[in-house]
Structure formats: structure tokens, C-alpha cells
Design a protein around this ligand. Structure first.
Ligand SMILES: [Zn+2]
Ligand SMILES: [Zn+2]
Length: 656
């Protein structure tokens, strides 16, 4: 294939730069053997040296178990290399290079089908890829099919990716001549030499890596359209984002689409309606209206939080929602968080609605002079906070403006910090375990922009690390990702659909105690500043309910289900005995109801199933005459039990 860039550019290095020099380098293969290669050899050269079949199937090279590189880039002398191939169908990097290449095919298709289309950026993302375009005419959902067909045509025809490095001036001239303002702007903000990738007659400014050719792309699908601002800034031009995904096999795509279908069925907004738990209304965007059954779920979580807090030595407090704006200036929220807060004036005084509970707890601490004997002081509150989120990003219970945190602040001495963090971790893992979540921890350390002395940071990071080690927890390290006031541990859970959610956070803070002038009298009779630990474990109760609904697909564990048992009398004659059974269950502490409706028995059983009620007791002649109960357990069949056994089984399942 000819390479038109060549005609356009003055200076460049295209294709594989196989060196003619006699110097050599070596790399180490996964089986520990060494491979000798010419100096400047690329990943593709290495693959070819191992075997022609491997070279054909190669998609990417991984160096020293980490960074991945385009096959056409030179390797590092002495590096350990792993050649990823079309058989690494689940490897995230192998998927990313495939999807990123599919994004370029999409851009080529868009420019061919819709003349005058300008291209912006097209990266791979978690489950696929997107590309942002400025189309001459608005695109419709129907156009997605045309674009997808065009991509498939390109794949059938076959494309090869050519890579070349250019100087910024050359790239700038190129994109100016092509009338591509977004690419031009990217050239201006990039550093050093740039790379261009070309397939067919489409050339993109791109860091890569890319596939060698289209052969490995066995399945591609465009999934949706969305609006997106150039560089994510609402002052910039609005672009159209086309989402898609690609796989190494049709089977993998089919499985992916099936998972998406599952996710749709498990959508908590849909389940919230179906189970009559809550609704949202435009009269108060981002704030759920909890229905009676939703409130049962809420209160069970609240009871759990409260009883565990007592067991773990927390003191419950309740602090105001509204504070003088000066409080937010002291806390730093005015400078750093104002855009997410609600402010208003009354009696010529300006107030802010709290977005966090911390200052309130600081005021409780500072209400009287504290002694070291009172530490650690653990204050807890199911704190209602409001945070302004743009209406476009609100998403059911998962992204709300009205947030109830299971918040807690621990005021302690430096020496107590590690022990307190261990307690917080133990508490969090206990809570997540109740819902069968898999948990993983991440430790975020000092960022470049920070306050406080290095010695303090050393001590704080050591405390968090020590707590994780003592709890034998594996964790990922996010260097430089801590808050400016202190390091933190974030706790993430993986749900039944293998999606990851951040729930808990445990943060050390040296700043706020100083800003609010907190102190305690130590054993030396001098005043000291306490350490403050912010921690929320479920995160926000709203979001937690949303995540649990999606995780369980609506089959809430019996102990938290709004209705735990339903009695279904077969005929009118069985109603009085059915009522008595319901009353007996209630007496045992089970949340039970009775369906005395006029629908057929089958319909009423089906309704109970739709409501995901854990236990359904059909009461008819058999039950009236014998001393047994027929128990229909959710997701399982019907079983006949001696009456006392049935009641005890339900009673114990209904309790945590
Ligand atoms: Zn690219
Ligand atoms: Zn806090």
C-alpha cells in the first residue's frame, strides 16, 4: 500500500526500522530464555525471530510485565518481553489495542459516509471504545447501523496500520491543510515528536499502540450515541460521541451483550419501581422519594449501622444542616468545593447547606476542653448532606444531590491512629461481607500539592500501611493520589456482574483540626492537636441501596427484604387460619403480610415472586388438616415442613 503521508512530509521514519548496524541487543522471553536481536529491534522483529506464526498473530508487546508497546516500536535492551497475540482474548491491554484500532475504523467510516466530518479523539474505554466527532448534520440512532456496516466492510476489505513519527510542525501543517481543528489543537498541546497512524486513506494523530492489521477484529458493534464537549469543557464545542465495542471473537461479543442485558434487568431504577421502593421526580431532581417498602430497607440498614456503632464504641450525634458561610471559609470548602454547594441569604446573613458533616463534628469536639482520657472520641451520624451535581450526571440512587452518609469522625492521638484505622477496616469488611461483596483496598499517598510537614505524612502513611498489613489485606498503591490534607484508604467492592464500586473511605486529616482550633490536654498538661479520621463505610445509604439492588438483582437477602414472608390462602375458607398464621409470623419478628386478593392462586404466587418475597406460604386444606406448612422459598421449589420447623426456619432467616 502506498503511504500518502510520505509525499506530504519532509522528514519521517515510517514502517519497521530494522537496523543494519552490527550492534546487537538481547531480550528475555517468558520462559527465561534470552533472545538476541539487532540493535533497535522492535517487538515485531522479536516475534519474527521466534516464529512466523507468532509474528502473524502478534498484537502487542508487554515490557517487564507492565508497559505495553506497539509492535513497531523499538524494544529496550535487556527487557523481559511478552508478545500478546490474538489468543489473549481477555487480556485488558490486548482488548484495548483491538478496540482502539476499531475506533480508527469508525473514524474512517464516519469521514467517508458523512463528508465534512471532523475528528476529535477516540480512545479505548473499559468495555469498548468511543470516538468524538463534529458531524456536518446531527446523527441519528439509525445512522449507527450504517456506520457499523461500513466498519465491517473495511474489515472485510482489510486494512493495515502504518505508524510513523513526525515533528510537531509537520503534523500541524498536515491537520491544518485537512481542516481538522481538533487534531491541530492536540498537536499544539503535545510534547516532543508525534506519531501518526494510517489505515486506508485515514490518518490519525495518535500515540498508539495499534494492531498490525484488521484480521484480529472478529466482532464489532456500535452501541450508542451521546453528546460530549471538546476536552470535557462545557464552554467548548459540543461534539457527538459514538460508542462501540470490539472483540477477538463473536462469542465474546455475544457474552458481553448478554451481560449488558443482565445489567439492564438489574437496573436499580427499574427494580425500585417494580419493588415499589422509591421514585424520583422532577420537582426535586437527584433526591429520591422513599416509599414505605423502601423505608423498611433503609431502616434495616440504619438499625445495623446504629447497633454496630454501639458495639464498636461510637457515640451518635446529630448536627445542623445549615451553617454560616464563614464555617465553609474556615473549612476550606468555600475555596475548594463551592461549586458543589447550595447557598442562600436570610436576615442578611449568608448560609451554606452542608456538603459534608466534618465541621459539625469538629464543633461537637470543641464544645468543651477535651482531655487525652476522652480519646479516641468516635462520633457517628447518619448525616444528611447536599451536593450539587449537574443535572446531566444524575443517575438514580447512584448519583444524587441528597446524600445520607454513614459518616463518622474519630478524634485521636497520633499513637492511636493505626489501631483506629484497623478498627475501621474491620468494620467495613464486616459490613461488605454481609452482602457477599468481594472487596479490594487502595492506599493513596501524598500528592504533590499538599499541606503539612513531611514528618506528619510519613507517620500518617505508615499508620495506614501498617493497618492494612496487620489486617493482612492486599492493596493497590495509588502514589500521589491522596487528598491535599492527608493520605487515605479507599475500599472498593465487586458486584455479581463483576463491576467495581467504591464504597468506603478512611482518610487521615491533619488540616481540619488545626483550622477549627481543636485541641486536647495531654498527660503532660500541654495542649495538643488531635488527628482526625474521616470514615464512611457504606458510603451513602442511597447509593448503597442502589448498588445492593443491582448486585442482588432485586433478590435482597431475607434479613433486609421489605416483606420477608407472605401467606397466600387458597380459598376464602382458609382466610381466618391464614390471618392467624400471619399474626404468628409477625409475633416471631418476621415482616409478614397476607394476600387475600381475588386473583387465582397461580397469579397470587406469581405476584409474590415478582415482589421477590423470600418465603411464600400457601395455606389450603392440607395445611388446615395436617400439622405441616408448604414453604415456597425464593428461587427454589416448594417444600413441606412440620409447622414448627417451617416457622423456625423463616424466623432465623429473617434475622441478621
Ligand atoms: Zn488512536
Ligand atoms: Zn469528614
Amino acid at each position: 500500500m502506498t503511504f500518502p503521508i510520505e509525499k506530504f512530509l519532509a522528514r519521517q521514519t515510517c514502517g519497521n526500522a530494522t537496523s543494519l548496524m552490527s550492534r546487537s541487543m538481547k531480550v528475555i522471553l517468558p520462559d527465561e530464555t534470552e533472545l538476541e536481536l539487532a540493535d533497535d529491534a522492535t517487538g515485531l522483529d522479536a516475534a519474527k525471530a521466534i516464529g512466523p506464526r507468532l509474528a502473524e498473530q502478534a498484537v502487542l508487546v508487554r515490557l517487564d510485565g507492565g508497559e505495553v508497546r506497539d509492535l513497531r516500536e523499538p524494544l529496550d535492551d535487556g527487557a523481559r518481553i511478552q508478545i500478546l497475540t490474538t489468543r489473549d482474548t481477555q487480556d485488558p491491554d490486548a482488548l484495548a489495542v483491538l478496540r482502539h484500532s476499531a475506533a480508527h475504523l469508525l473514524a474512517e467510516a464516519a469521514q467517508r459516509l458523512f463528508t465534512g466530518t471532523r475528528v476529535a479523539i477516540g480512545p479505548p474505554i473499559d468495555d469498548g471504545f468511543y470516538y468524538d466527532f463534529e458531524f456536518p448534520e446531527p446523527l441519528t440512532e439509525g445512522d449507527l447501523g450504517r456506520l457499523e456496516a461500513e466498519i465491517k466492510r473495511e474489515i472485510a476489505e482489510g486494512r493495515t496500520w502504518d505508524r510513523c513519527e513526525v515533528e510537531p510542525d509537520e503534523a500541524r501543517r498536515r491537520f491544518e491543510a485537512e481542516g481538522e481543528p481538533y487534531k491541530r489543537e492536540l498537536v499544539d498541546t503535545a510534547e516532543g515528536r508525534l506519531t501518526l497512524y494510517q489505515q486506508g486513506d485515514f490518518v490519525d494523530l495518535c500515540r498508539g499502540p495499534h494492531l498490525q492489521n484488521t484480521t484480529p477484529i472478529k466482532a464489532v458493534k456500535l452501541t450508542s450515541l451521546a453528546g460530549a464537549y471538546w476536552r470535557g469543557d462545557s464552554d467548548n464545542a459540543q461534539l457527538t460521541r459514538v460508542y462501540g465495542t470490539a472483540f477477538y471473537s463473536q462469542k465474546d461479543l455475544d457474552e458481553h451483550l448478554e451481560r449488558l442485558e443482565q445489567a439492564k434487568l438489574r437496573d436499580h431504577r427499574r427494580l425500585g419501581r417494580q419493588l415499589d421502593l422509591f421514585h424520583f421526580s422532577d420537582v426535586s431532581p437527584g433526591s429520591p422519594f422513599w416509599h414505605p417498602k423502601g423505608m423498611v430497607v433503609w431502616n434495616v440498614l440504619e438499625d445495623l449501622r446504629r447497633s454496630e456503632n454501639v458495639r464498636r464504641g461510637y457515640d451518635e450525634v446529630r448536627t445542623p444542616l445549615i451553617y454560616d458561610v464563614d464555617v465553609w471559609k474556615t473549612s476550606g470548602h468555600w475555596d475548594n468545593y463551592r461549586d458543589h454547594m447550595y447557598f442562600f441569604d436570610t436576615e442578611a446573613r449568608e448560609y451554606g447547606l452542608k456538603p459534608m458533616n466534618c465541621p459539625g463534628h469538629c464543633f461537637v469536639f470543641s464544645d468543651h476542653l477535651r482531655s487525652y482520657r476522652e480519646l479516641p472520641l468516635r462520633l457517628a451520624e447518619a448525616g444528611l448532606v447536599h451536593r450539587h451535581e449537574a443535572s446531566g450526571v444524575l443517575h438514580g440512587l447512584l448519583r444524587v444531590r441528597h446524600i445520607t452518609q454513614d459518616d463518622g469522625h474519630i478524634f485521636c492521638t497520633h499513637a492511636q491512629t493505626e489501631g483506629e484505622v484497623i478498627e475501621c477496616l474491620d468494620y467495613a469488611y464486616f459490613l461488605y461481607g454481609l452482602f457477599d461483596f468481594r472487596v479490594h483496598a487502595e492506599l493513596s499517598t501524598r500528592p504533590e500539592k499538599r499541606i503539612g510537614e513531611d514528618a506528619q505524612w510519613d507517620q500518617a502513611e505508615e499508620a495506614l500501611r501498617g493497618a492494612l498489613d496487620r489486617q493482612n489485606l492486599e492493596y493497590a498503591l495509588n502514589e500521589g493520589d491522596g487528598a491535599f490534607y492527608g493520605p487515605k484508604i479507599d475500599l472498593h467492592v465487586t458486584d455479581a456482574l463483576h463491576r467495581s464500586w467504591q464504597l468506603g473511605t478512611i482518610q487521615l486529616d491533619f488540616q481540619m483540626p488545626e483550622r477549627f482550633g481543636l485541641s486536647y490536654v495531654g498527660p503532660d498538661n500541654a495542649e495538643h492537636t488531635p488527628v482526625m479520621i474521616h470514615r464512611a463505610l457504606l458510603g451513602s445509604l442511597e447509593r448503597f441501596v442502589g448498588i445492593v439492588l443491582e448486585h442482588t438483582g432485586g433478590d435482597l437477602p431475607p434479613w433486609i427484604a421489605p416483606v420477608q414472608a407472605r401467606v397466600v390462602p387458597v380459598a376464602d375458607d382458609h382466610r381466618p387460619a391464614g390471618e392467624a398464621l400471619r399474626a404468628e409470623l409477625t409475633e416471631l419478628g418476621v415482616r409478614a403480610d397476607i394476600d387475600t386478593g381475588s386473583d387465582t392462586l397461580g397469579k397470587r404466587i406469581r405476584a409474590a415472586e415478582m415482589e421477590r418475597i423470600p418465603f411464600v406460604l400457601v395455606y389450603g386444606d392440607n395445611e388446615a388438616e395436617g400439622n405441616t406448612l408448604a414453604v415456597r422459598e425464593r428461587g427454589q421449589g416448594v417444600d413441606e415442613y412440620p409447622r414448627a420447623v417451617a416457622l423456625e426456619t423463616i424466623r432465623s432467616a429473617a434475622k441478621l
